[in-house]
Design a protein around this ligand. Structure first.
Ligand SMILES: Nc1nc2c(ncn2[C@@H]2O[C@H](COP(=O)(O)OP(=O)(O)OP(=O)(O)O)[C@@H](O)[C@H]2O)c(=O)[nH]1
Ligand SMILES: [Mg+2]
Length: 307
């Protein structure tokens, strides 16, 4: 039998650059929610890739930003924790020309991450994401040149997480960091996230996708009940009852929508994904509660598992 090997690979970058999309694309399995809003990922999420005797554990992290509340501070702590005990890192950057890349001045958040990589003497693969949005591919040379000047990356891989282009090369690069070790996850496990967290995250993703900028940032999901029972016809039925926390009465109105239309829409999309994920019919009940300023209340943040 071949010797078992493994590697832990942290995935870092600014908010919205496509870290979660990249991890999902590499695994071929959605373990981390994705949206066009920054700060979608709130905790450290592990995704497992098995290749024969080799097991690679990817650690998706929240986007690195300047925190504006206690939740944000917890998110940044999760980034720091994601950097401990890893064998190598991936820095994901966004090649979207819309962001106005400036070779003279890399974004402060990335410079801060790079300085942390140096301090920890980490090996880092640079992943230039969203290359599908680059009409002029020669711009890649400028981008790569500027980053190589800032840090000695072990490899540079242009990818499109959205199209799945280049993810096989990322895998080849991270395989190099695998070393003899036990496997930390079973062969059939693909994430460290418990089922109830997956469900809560699916619901939050639908809110992020349906609602405009400020409302979903103040949303959290509290899964009040999660159990399986037999439906009337004897088939198994997953029952989920979840409270959607928001910060203001006006936000509650927006989430519920006219005559409950928005909440219904969120419920339909979430139920579809939950059924797809668990392969079982689901009864989903959602309601909305105001919890003022919960993002600054450590007790609630802790209860929600966000610390
Ligand atoms: N065009 C294009 N869009 C992408 C690509 N990868 C990700 N996106 C989009 O970029 C947005 C952000 O993706 P996420 O994967 O949520 O980004 P993230 O870095 O995990 O964001 P945070 O969790 O907020 O830090 C989503 O709208 C994705 O669909 C890509 O390769 N091409
Ligand atoms: Mg994310």
């Amino acid at each position: 039998m071949k010797e078992l090997t493994s590697a832990f690979i942290g995935v870092f970058g600014r908010p919205n650059v496509g870290k979660s999309s990249l991890v999902n694309a590499i695994l071929g399995q959605k373990i981390s929610i994705v949206s066009d809003k920054p700060q979608t990922t709130r905790t450290r999420i592990m995704g497992v890739h098995n290749n024969g005797p080799m097991q690679i554990v990817f650690i998706d992290t929240p986007g690195f930003h300047k925190p504006r509340n206690l939740l944000g501070e917890n998110m940044i702590k999760a980034v720091g924790n994601g950097m401990s005990d890893i064998d190598a890192a991936i820095l994901v950057i966004d090649a979207n020309p819309k962001f106005g890349f400036n070779a003279e001045e890399l974004p402060p958040a990335e410079l801060e991450l790079i300085s942390e990589f140096k301090k920890r003497k980490l090996s880092v693969v640079l992943c230039v994401n969203k290359i599908d949005l680059l009409t002029d591919k020669s711009e890649l040379f400028d981008i790569i040149g500027a980053y190589m000047k800032a840090f000695d990356f072990t490899a540079v891989v242009p990818v499109s997480a959205k199209l799945g282009d280049g993810t096989d090369i990322i895998l080849e690069e991270v395989y190099k960091f695998a070393h003899p070790s036990v496997h930390y996850f079973g062969d059939d496990e693909f994430t460290d996230q418990p089922d109830r967290v997956m469900v809560a995250e699916i619901i939050r993703e639908k809110i992020l996708r349906q609602l405009s900028r400020e409302v979903p940032h103040g949303v959290a999901i509290d899964l009040e009940r999660f159990y399986e029972r037999d439906a009337a016809d004897g088939s198994p039925l997953l029952c989920v009852e979840a409270a959607i926390y928001c910060e203001k009465e006006s936000h509650k109105g927006i989430i519920i929508g006219k005559g409950g239309a928005m909440l219904k829409k969120i419920g339909i999309h979430a139920r579809y994904d939950i059924e797809k994920f668990f392969g079982i019919k689901t009864d989903l009940k959602l309601w909305v509660k105001v919890k003022e300023d919960w993002r600054n209340r450590q007790g609630i943040i802790h209860t929600l598992g966000l610390d």
